[in-house]
Design a protein around this ligand. Structure first.
Ligand code: PBG
Length: 328
């Protein structure tokens, strides 16, 4: 009896590095990476973020420098978050023309605005003293419609400061329509809206809340962000509504725990789809690598390939500059 040798040999295509390179179905490019950045008002030195080794709350100067490095690496875009010196119940710093995000955006546009896309996250949690993403009712709930007016004002202030993409992340109903109308009324009909459409109430935002100093002082975000166990169609419903309201691109967030959602959204729409590899995803890989438990560089690139393969056109990642350098 002779041994049965296989006729089909998929390994033929995996045997050499040039063969694998030539047949790769998923490629990453620096231009599709977006770097989230934090700028803090009133500090003289960049502050390291304990739960995100390698990520900083920037001064206005160090922000420019880091943006310049990202541009040199070929990163496609930046998205800015701000930590104001003073917070109040309505998040006044968010639409203050001299607010830290407005100052930071103007700096970024001056530094790299011709080479990469400078975006702003549009929300209130960084600016409110209670840490919620909207203004509150007397009973302490987030007031959807009163919040829309605040988002509209924040978006216009960001656009006036030079923001090239407005990215609402608060998960209020009707936020894209409210922001689109306000931008158009103020002469910014050419500024696109990238909607955080399917954003889940995730445990993976913890390190970000240290970075942006925006953990809610009471309660949680479960009444406005999506339930991880919620109806599967909910993400698609949010996406469709955002597109009907005028969104130019949509986002799924977090990324790695939601690759199924990302794939469904990618298959449903014909606009660019972004995925946000959030702070907790970053922290998990960095922490395991720091313990010597996984190969850091390989894990980073594998995670980015997975997100790309699931259907993301754009990836927001704190590793954007490093990954872009490796891809060149
Ligand atoms: C809300 C916002 C959050 C993130 C981006 N925009 C925090 C939240 O919803 O609590 C999280 C991003 C990350 O974890 O990296 N403005």
């Amino acid at each position: 009896m002779t041994a049965q040798f296989p006729a089909a040999r998929p390994r033929r295509l995996r045997r050499t590095s040039p063969m694998r390179r030539m047949t790769a179905g998923t490629r990453l490019h620096p231009a599709e990476l977006v770097l989230p950045m934090f700028v803090k008002e009133g500090i003289d030195e960049p502050h390291p973020i304990g739960s995100m080794p390698g990520v900083f709350q920037h001064t206005r100067d160090s922000l420019r420098k880091a943006a310049h490095e990202a541009a040199e690496a070929g990163v496609g875009g930046l998205i800015l978050f701000g930590v104001p010196a003073v917070k109040d119940a309505r998040g006044s710093a968010g639409d203050d023309p001299d607010g830290i995000v407005q100052q930071g955006v103007a700096d970024l546009v001056a530094e790299v605005g011709d080479a990469m896309v400078v975006m702003t996250d549009t929300c209130l949690d960084e600016f409110t003293d209670h840490g919620h993403c909207g203004v509150l009712t007397a009973g302490g709930e987030v007031d959807n419609d009163a919040t829309l007016e605040r988002y509209a004002a924040v978006a216009v202030a960001q656009a006036r400061a030079g923001s090239q993409v407005i990215a609402p992340s608060g998960m209020m109903d009707g936020q894209v329509a409210a922001i689109r109308a306000a931008l158009d009324a103020d002469g910014f009909e050419q500024v696109p809206v990238l909607a955080y459409s399917a954003k889940y109430a995730s445990a993976l935002y913890g390190p970000f809340r240290e970075a942006a100093e925006c953990a809610p002082r009471f309660g949680d975000r479960n009444a406005y962000q999506q339930d991880p166990a919620g109806p599967v169609g909910e993400a698609l419903r949010e996406v469709r509504l955002d597109l009907a309201e005028g969104a130019d691109a949509v986002m799924v967030k977090p990324a790695l725990f939601y690759l199924d959602i990302l794939r469904q959204v990618r298959d449903e729409v014909d606009v660019p789809v972004a995925a946000y590899q959030v702070s907790g995803e970053y922290a998990m890989i960095e922490a395991a690598a720091a313990n010597g438990w996984i190969d850091r560089d390989r894990a980073i690139m594998e995670s980015l390939v997975a997100i790309r393969r699931a259907g993301a056109d754009l990836i927001l990642t704190y590793w954007a500059t490093e990954a872009a350098r490796r891809l060149r």
